[in-house]
Ligand binder design. Structure first.
Ligand code: NAP
Length: 310
């Protein structure tokens, strides 16, 4: 019998419990899922950073800590965590992100706001948007989420450039990597989508200098993490027209304080960190897959590189 500790808020327990027990049964996994195991007996921890476990030292037998979140910046530097840390790559989470990114990209690409906010009785039939093929999109971060979003945008005809830390090949996407190729990735981009993790290397990656590389009137879409953007630089770029509109889902401080200039800015759309979330039904199957790998002595999937921070 495997002891599996669920360390998250009580609301998450309600959402996940039945999906997890169902997935364990379907895989014939003999698992005792609980929110309250003796630490020394725990085989696996299902983990969310805002849950009860903050000290991993007593979990001496634990084979893996499985995050329910894709972003692990709040746990990756926890000194008590010596067990393998696995980040969540969930098909449901990915689907949700693809839909959110495609939706907001198409809103800006088609200029939908002009019609939604201008129902004034004037028949303006003269303005057509360019085709997607004329609107270069750059995605910073082409991991699980960025690559899927990029491929969906390629299907719609956008020329997509992706940028990552290590060299990659993603079908349909022009792939660039490393600091030296960031300038090329951003130069003349009409739409920038941020899907990087929050690490010391990625913070403020969109700053005065890098924003200046974009095409005039570019759009910025950030479902990644707030600290990827220097807010003052983005507000300046919005004021000058360099950036026409920013759709922001994530912020330096969340919830975004009511007095923050983003809330009232006519060219900023604030969404409250809802771009996508892990879906309990599909995530439960991912967790089972990881446990089966662990029990078979196979390497875990999506293990966090502590050094890299994600
Ligand atoms: P992932 O698979 O780890 O992909 C991260 C990507 O960023 C990879 O392509 C990686 O490069 C690249 N990267 C990391 N550090 C870099 C650096 N210093 N320079 C250049 N590229 C760098 O992560 P994911 O699952 O796609 O998730 C991405 C992020 O989305 C998460 O970390 C989280 O912050 C955010 N997120 C937000 C929401 C929301 O609702 N708003 C939901 C889920 C996730 P390599 O390919 O070379 O490793």
């Amino acid at each position: 019998m495997l002891n599996i500790l669920f360390s998250a808020k009580p609301t998450a327990w309600e959402e996940y419990r039945d999906h997890l027990t169902g997935a364990f049964e379907a895989a014939s996994l003999n698992a005792n899922l609980s929110r309250d195991h003796d630490p020394a007996t725990v085989d696996y921890i299902i983990f969310v950073p805002n849950g009860p476990v903050t000290d991993f030292a007593p979990y001496t037998k634990t084979k893996a800590v499985m995050s329910l979140w894709a972003g692990v910046e709040t746990v990756v530097s926890n000194q008590t965590l010596t067990q393998p840390l696995l980040r969540m790559v969930d098909p449901g989470l990915t689907n949700g992100m693809v839909e959110w990114v495609v939706g907001h990209t198409m809103r800006h690409h088609l200029g939908m706001d002009d019609h939604i906010h201008c129902q004034d009785g004037v028949w303006r039939d003269t303005v057509y948007p360019p085709f997607a093929a004329q609107r270069p999109v750059t995605i910073l971060g082409i991991g699980a989420l960025g690559a899927a979003c990029g491929q969906a945008l390629v299907q719609l005809g956008f020329p997509v450039t992706g940028w990552s830390r290590s060299p990659k090949t993603v079908e349909g996407i022009t792939c660039l990597s490393g600091k030296d190729e960031l300038k090329e990735a951003l130069t003349d981009a009409s739409m920038v989508i941020l899907l990087l993790p929050n690490t010391p290397q990625t913070r403020n990656i969109l700053n005065a200098e890098t924003l200046d590389l974009l095409a005039d009137g570019a759009f910025v879409i950030n479902p990644g993490r707030g600290p990827l953007i220097n807010d003052d630089a983005l507000l300046s770029a919005l004021a000058s027209g360099k950036v026409r509109h920013a759709t922001l889902d994530v912020f330096h401080v969340e919830p975004l304080p009511a007095e923050h200039p983003y809330w009232a800015h006519p060219n900023v759309t604030v969404t409250p960190h809802i771009a996508s979330t892990t879906r309990p039904d599909s995530a439960a199957k991912v967790i089972v897959q990881q446990i089966l790998r662990g029990e078979a002595g196979e390497p875990f999937l999506h293990a966090v590189d502590r050094q890299a921070g994600y």
